[in-house]
Design a protein around this ligand. Structure first.
Ligand SMILES: Nc1nc2c(ncn2[C@@H]2O[C@H](COP(=O)(O)OP(=O)(O)OP(=O)(O)O)[C@@H](O)[C@H]2O)c(=O)[nH]1
Ligand SMILES: [Mg+2]
Length: 463
């Protein structure tokens, strides 16, 4: 899905990682390339223009965030803009009406019948009781197609030979009321938006039955031509939302990225394959994540912004540079790290890190256990010892071990690690450097290459 656009955007962002700051000058190239990538993806020109001008404004106005390198800031800005043109928030289906009516409409072959069946299965899973209504009385095999899908999925199909569409819907509603179906999915015939007779049929159904949803089913492979189709259908019928099908075969993304901005109508569902389960709710931010192939780096950047306020970062940086970093500072830093969320969540946000949920939980469980133990160890020190790590002597260690219940052997390991960490920090240019090193690692070159083994090793170093 959107592979070619994805690859291009990711390349552009990776290039920005060599720069030290986001400025108007060094963003010119990136913007030009983003523009080209979007146009090649067949994104509507109006969308491209707005997209580029918003990114430009934000890149110029953006404060430099500590610990976040330019490529990551660019990721965030591009991500936000993608979310914005994809519709910002998810738009759930409207289940009002009793029974609730969902009318599927669109061009021939766009995926109405398939999506109707997929939707029925989805609704069933969600505890609704859907009825598929065969409203395509023009194509000979249409009713059979829907019936077959109904049989495969265990969803009841309502059909009538020889009746007109208004009559069929009327009878289907009565049937639903009698038999406890609460959502009717109307699978209408494919039609061209310029076929006035066929459009009149939909308008009539709309006027008589007031469906809660009039979903325009659009084949995403048609690129920005989808925009024209949607605009005309909407002008005549006032559609309530879009179902974008065949996203699995769409490597460009032109339809998805143009249609919401141009029509003002939300994408409510996406078809991502021929299988009956391949229908997904549409979340603009998740789609943007996918396009940028960035895991959830965006949340990470947002959190870094919240957690590491500039003053604390500077204070820590100074202390580190002078190797004055104390056990108290360690606790302070740790409590700030905690604000990132659990370690499990944190690992989940690392892009390109292919780790199962179980592995993640195992590692984070171990890590958090160790962190807690280190906290107990530090809390068993006197205030003086916490401020001055060099005071540590064997008699003090023994006392701490007795007080904390942690074996002396482990205390020695912790102290050793702390000293190593102090040295390492002094070597770096402070917290800012450390953060950008960390995030640099997460962000590009090492992402995807960071193995489980390396992760474990890194974690052990910080314990
Ligand atoms: N790969 C893929 N194929 C799809 C998707 N949705 C539908 N199709 C395929 O597209 C073709 C047309 O789908 P239909 O559901 O029959 O389309 P329709 O809009 O009902 O067509 P008409 O009733 O003739 O107007 C079928 O071969 C489907 O399997 C999808 O999300 N991904
Ligand atoms: Mg059909």
């Amino acid at each position: 899905m959107f592979e070619s656009l994805s690859d291009k955007l990711q390349d552009i962002i990776a290039k920005a990682s060599g720069q030290s700051e986001l400025t108007q000058d060094n963003m010119q190239d990136a913007l030009r390339e983003i523009r080209r990538a979007l146009l090649e993806a067949d994104v509507n020109l109006r969308v491209v223009k707005s997209f580029i001008s918003n990114i430009k404004d934000r890149a110029e106005g953006e404060d430099v965030v500590h610990g976040v390198n330019p490529s990551q800031q660019l990721v965030k800005i591009v991500h936000d803009e993608l979310v914005s043109i994809l519709g910002k928030d998810a738009s759930p289906l409207d289940y009002s009406g009793s029974p609730n009516l969902i009318m599927m409409l669109g061009l021939q072959g766009s995926g109405k019948t398939t999506s109707s069946a997929k939707l029925a299965v989805k609704l069933k899973k969600e505890g609704r009781n859907p009825l598929l209504v065969a409203c395509d009385i023009y194509r000979p095999a249409a009713i059979t197609q829907l019936k077959t899908l109904g049989e495969q999925t265990g969803v009841t199909v309502f059909s009538e030979e020889g009746n007109d569409v208004q009559g069929i819907v009327q009878n289907a509603i009565s049937y639903a009321k009698e038999n406890g179906f609460n959502t009717l999915i109307l699978d209408t015939a494919g039609r061209l938006q310029i076929d006035t007779e066929m459009m009149a049929e939909l308008m009539l159904i709309d006027r008589v039955f007031h469906p809660a949803e009039k979903l325009l089913v659009i084949d995403s492979m048609t690129g920005q031509e989808a925009v024209n189709v949607a605009e005309t259908f909407d002008a005549q019928l006032g559609i309530t939302g879009l179902v974008l099908t065949k996203l699995d075969g769409d490597s460009r993304g032109g339809a998805a990225l143009s249609i919401v901005y141009c029509t003002g109508k939300p994408i409510k569902l996406t078809g991502t394959g021929e299988k009956i389960e391949a229908l997904e709710d549409f979340y603009p931010s998740r789609m943007a994540d996918r396009i940028l192939g960035m895991g959830d780096i965006v949340s990470l950047v947002e959190k870094a912004k919240e957690v590491f306020d500039e003053k604390t970062a500077l204070e820590m940086e100074k202390k580190m540079a002078k190797a004055e970093f104390s056990y108290n500072d360690f606790l302070k830093m740790k409590s700030q790290m905690k604000m990132f969320g659990s370690m499990d969540q944190l690992l989940g946000m690392l892009p390109g890190l292919k780790m199962s949920k179980d592995d993640r939980q195992m590692i984070s469980h171990e890590g958090e256990k160790q962190f807690k133990r280190i906290e107990v160890f530090i809390q068993s020190m006197t205030p003086e010892e916490r401020e001055n790590p060099e005071l540590m002597s064997s008699s003090r260690k023994k006392r701490i071990s007795q007080g904390s219940g942690i074996p002396l052997h482990d205390i020695n390991i912790y102290i050793n690690q702390f000293e190593q960490m102090r040295k390492m920090m002094k070597g770096m240019s402070g917290l800012k450097g450390m953060m950008s090193k960390m995030s640099g690692k997460m962000g590009n070159e090492a992402a995807g290459k960071l193995s489980m083994h390396q992760m474990m090793k890194n974690m052990r170093r910080f314990r």
